[in-house]
Write a protein that binds this ligand. Structure first.
Ligand SMILES: Nc1ncnc2c1ncn2[C@@H]1O[C@H](COP(=O)(O)OP(=O)(O)OP(=O)(O)O)[C@@H](O)[C@H]1O
Ligand SMILES: [Mg+2]
Length: 524
């Protein structure tokens, strides 16, 4: 029971270790995954914030530049229409000044607005002449301005057109060509794959900073859109940063976290294991204490059993001593007292006293854990010894005891006194079963069968009731008035100690046969 408990305990601890290792591993894996997702999300959020911050600055810078265009156009318009004939030289001077300080203002144009006459370009800063179709378009835009500055997208920028003077009698049109790239120029160091788009208020694209970027929705990582705050140029600015989410996984941070968290998990595991070991040691100590208590209890129990057994076994030599002593008294009182008879009686008394001494010695050996006295002996000699011992007692009863020994040697390795006890108990049961039976017969027989020595004690007594058969070896089971019910239970435990077997059956005709088998010791 104790061994099973200890083994089960060790198994439980090893299962607990595995269980905790698995639990800690999975917890670590879940925490690491959550951390990775969060940190990636955080990184993405940071990118978005960064883009918004820079795009807002860009938006402010472009809006400020756009606001200045109004003032340029107004100044140029004043020069154009201040006299009957436009002051071209002054116009040119101002144009150059504007272009010099505001480099995104690429060109300045001045043209007549007389619809009846052929449109005439009075001034341009371009080397290449503009197409007449474009000039017509510019004129129509300028005329339709109704006082408001008009925007005409063209190539990588847009024209800003204004009539001059700014009323229905306008004679000239003034145009500024704004280079969108220059307008959006900035030193903001946007991340790679950032694209800015500028489009007119009615959605016509004006400028695309990176036409090569494939702007599929799944690759847009962050986006900023706003309309320039200039009243005359409410252009739409869109800044997008491209890239897939995998590009935002901060591998270094995740790797660092994985290393430190796995170290942490390992320390937690080691800590828990340490705690387990301490608990294990404590529980083992308790278990050992219990073991000792159980052992003590079982010894006390065993002591009781042994005491009962001893009492049982001691009755035989004491009874024999008593009957021999009574026989001696009778012989001395009778007239035919003879030294030989008295000597035999004393010899028998001393033999029984020695046997009693041997039995008490076994009790002492058992309590002091002394080694059992095993030896190799012939089972036939035990049978003869018991036969001789009992024969004296049976003389006065109507019981005949027969000995039928095999001629083969029957060497067995055991404690001889214990084996004698077994045969004696079986014989005593037979004697008791023959109480009141006429012509009682007990036969002690031995035989060799293969590697086994067999001894049988057979009687022609009253036999055993069928329902009692299964109770024979139970301690304290007895059908006798003065029986302790320990004889067969003692026999069984002794026989099993020497790897033997016992079988008790009712004979076909009458009485009982008790058959005991022992393994043979190879040499005597
Ligand atoms: N040869 C036999 N003939 C008939 N009954 C027997 C025989 N041997 C054993 N028994 C039955 O088995 C019972 C148990 O035997 P066991 O030797 O264990 O105890 P017991 O003889 O009753 O008491 P004791 O402790 O004094 O030996 C006996 O009470 C008896 O009923
Ligand atoms: Mg008995």
């Amino acid at each position: 029971l104790i061994c099973t408990t200890v083994n089960e305990y060790a198994l439980r601890i090893s299962l607990l270790k595995k269980k905790y290792a698995i639990r800690i591993f999975f917890s670590w894996a879940i925490i690491a995954s959550i951390f990775s997702v969060l940190i990636t999300h955080r990184e993405h959020f940071n990118q978005e914030e960064e883009l918004t911050r820079k795009a807002t600055i860009l938006h402010r810078m472009a809006s400020q530049k756009a606001d200045q265009h109004d003032a340029h156009l107004s100044a140029l318009s004043v020069i154009a229409s201040s006299s009957d004939v436009p002051q071209i030289q002054m116009f040119e001077n101002l144009s150059e000044t504007i272009r010099k300080f505001y480099t995104h203002v690429k060109h300045v144009e001045l043209f007549t607005l007389d619809v009846d006459e052929k449109p005439t370009l009075l001034f341009t800063t371009r080397q290449q002449p503009l197409s007449s179709v474009l000039i017509s378009k510019m004129i129509s835009f300028a005329l339709s301005s109704n006082g408001k500055i008009q925007i005409l997208p063209y190539e990588q920028g847009y024209f800003l057109l204004k009539r001059s003077p700014n009323n229905d009698d306008a004679r000239y049109g003034v145009a500024l060509f704004i280079d969108a790239e220059g307008l959006l120029e900035n030193g903001l160091n946007f991340a790679a794959e950032t694209r800015y788009l500028l489009s007119s208020p009615n959605g016509i694209p004006i400028f695309n900073s990176s036409p090569n970027i494939v702007a599929t929705p799944d690759r847009i990582a962050a986006k900023y859109t706003a309309t320039l705050s200039s009243r005359s140029q409410p252009l739409r600015l869109e800044v997008t940063q491209h890239g897939s989410w995998t590009e935002y996984i901060p591998l270094n941070n995740i790797l660092l976290f994985a290393i430190f968290s796995s170290l942490g998990a390992f320390f937690i595991y080691a800590f828990l294991m340490q705690k387990f070991k301490i608990r294990q040691a404590e529980e083992r100590a308790i278990l050992r204490e219990n073991e000792a208590r159980i052992a003590k209890a079982s010894r006390i129990n065993g002591l009781g059993e042994m005491a009962s057994g001893l009492a049982h076994e001691m009755t035989q030599p004491l009874t024999a001593i008593l009957s021999q002593s009574q026989a001696g008294v009778r012989v001395i009182q009778s007239s035919d007292a003879n030294a030989n008879i008295i000597e035999e009686i004393f010899f028998n008394i001393s033999k029984q006293a020695k046997r009693g001494g041997e039995l008490t010695k076994r009790f002492r050996d058992w309590t002091t854990h002394a080694e059992e006295n095993r030896e190799t002996f012939n089972l036939n000699s035990v049978a003869t010894g018991i036969h001789d011992l009992i024969q004296t007692d049976l003389k006065e009863r109507d019981i005949f005891i027969k000995l039928d020994l095999t001629h083969d040697e029957l060497p067995i390795y055991a404690d001889q006194i214990s084996i004698e006890q077994v045969i004696f108990n079986l014989t005593r049961n037979s004697i008791e079963a023959l109480d009141g039976v006429k012509h009682g017969l007990i036969e002690i027989a031995t035989k060799l069968e293969g590697n086994f020595a067999i001894i049988t004690v057979q009687d022609n007594g009253h036999g055993i009731a069928e329902e009692d058969m299964i109770k024979l070896y139970q301690p304290f089971f007895s059908t006798k008035k003065n029986g302790m019910g320990l004889g067969l239970s003692l026999c069984e435990s002794i026989i099993q100690r020497y790897n033997g077997q016992i079988e008790i059956i009712n004979n076909e005709k009458q009485g009982v046969s008790a058959c005991v088998t022992f393994p043979l010791k190879k040499t005597l």
